[in-house]
Design a binder for this molecule. Structure first.
Ligand code: URA
Length: 279
C-alpha cells in the first residue's frame, strides 16, 4: 500500500474524524491510510455502521410542549429596541454587553456573544452558556463544545468555517435550562444576530434553539435532520420574507448523555456536508 504523508493539520482532522466515527458507533474495517506513529489508522471511506443502538426516547414533542418551547414568545422588555440600534456584529456585541433586561446577566460572569469566523457560511446556534463558556466569555468551549467541534471536523469544517452563538447570552445559574421568559427576552437579540450575520446555512443545536427560532412545538427528535426555513426578521422584528436553510441537530450535551444518538447526529452532519457541496 502506498504511504500517504499527512500534515499536522491533516492528522488533527483525521483524528477528529476517527474519534467521531467511533463515537457514532461505526466500526472501521481496514486501515487505508498509514499515519504517523501515535495516530490511529484511518479509512479512505466510512465503513458501514454495524453497532446500531436504540433511537433516543428523550426530548419528545410532549416534553417540549410541557416546557412551553415553541409557543409564541412575548417580546422581551427593551431587547428589540436595543438590538435595532445595531447595524453590525460589533455594534450588536456592544449592545448585548450593555443590555440589562435579562436577569441572567446578574449572576453571570461574562456576556457570551460568539466565536468563530464572521464570514463563515454556517452559523450554529446553541442554547445557553455553561460554566466554561461563562468563564471564558465564548460559546461552546467546554466539553460540549469540544464534541460540537469534533462533529463539524468530521465533515472537514474547522473554527474558521463556523460562526457560533447561543439563544441566551448569559449562563443560567447551575446550568439549568433557560426559562421561557428568559428565552423570550433574549430572542430578539439572537434574531438580530442572525440577520446581521446573514449566514448561508443555519444549524440549530438542540430543542430549545430549534423550537425557539423555528417557532415550533415539535420535539427535536422529530425536527432533527429535517431542513427547515428560518425566517429572517428586520430590525423591527417583522419577517422580511427571506429565509435561510436551517438544519436542526441534536445538542452535543444530549449526545454526551445519549451516545446511541450519535448515529443520527452523524447522518445530520452528512446531510449538511451534501448541502454545502450542492450550494
Ligand atoms: N451548551 C450550549 O448550548 N451553548 C454553549 O455555549 C455551551 C453549552
Amino acid at each position: 500500500m502506498q504511504e500517504t504523508s499527512l500534515t499536522r493539520q491533516d492528522e488533527k482532522a483525521l483524528k477528529a474524524l476517527i474519534d467521531w466515527w467511533a463515537e457514532a458507533g461505526l466500526e472501521l474495517d481496514a486501515p487505508i491510510v498509514r499515519a504517523r506513529p501515535g495516530l490511529a489508522p484511518a479509512p479512505a471511506t466510512p465503513a458501514k455502521p454495524r453497532a446500531i443502538a436504540e433511537p433516543p426516547r428523550a426530548a419528545t414533542a410532549a416534553a417540549a410542549r410541557a416546557a412551553g418551547f415553541g409557543s409564541t414568545p412575548k417580546a422581551g422588555p427593551g431587547a428589540l429596541e436595543a438590538a435595532a440600534k445595531a447595524d453590525t456584529l460589533d455594534a450588536l456585541k456592544a449592545v448585548i454587553s450593555e443590555f440589562e433586561g435579562c436577569a441572567l446577566k446578574r449572576t453571570a460572569r461574562n456576556t457570551v456573544f460568539a466565536r468563530g469566523h464572521a464570514e463563515a457560511r454556517i452559523m450554529v446556534v446553541g442554547e445557553a452558556p455553561g460554566r466554561d463558556e461563562d468563564e471564558q466569555g465564548k460559546p461552546f468551549v467546554g466539553r460540549t463544545g469540544q464534541l460540537l467541534d469534533r462533529m463539524f471536523a468530521a465533515i472537514g469544517l474547522g473554527e474558521d468555517d463556523l460562526y457560533i452563538s447561543n439563544i441566551v447570552n448569559w449562563r443560567p445559574p447551575g446550568n439549568r435550562n433557560p426559562t421561557q421568559e428568559e428565552i423570550a427576552i433574549c430572542l430578539p437579540l439572537i434574531e438580530r444576530h442572525i440577520a446581521l450575520k446573514a449566514p448561508e446555512i443555519l444549524v440549530v443545536a438542540g430543542g430549545v434553539s430549534a423550537q425557539s427560532l423555528l417557532r415550533s412545538q415539535t420535539g427535536i427528535t422529530r425536527l432533527r435532520g429535517q431542513w427547515a426555513d428560518y425566517k429572517l426578521r428586520d430590525a423591527s422584528g417583522k419577517e422580511t420574507g427571506q429565509t435561510v436553510p436551517c438544519l436542526p441537530i441534536f445538542h452535543p450535551s444530549f449526545l454526551l448523555r445519549q451516545p446511541a444518538s450519535k448515529r443520527q447526529a452523524w447522518a445530520d452532519m452528512q446531510a449538511l456536508e451534501s448541502r454545502l457541496k450542492d450550494s
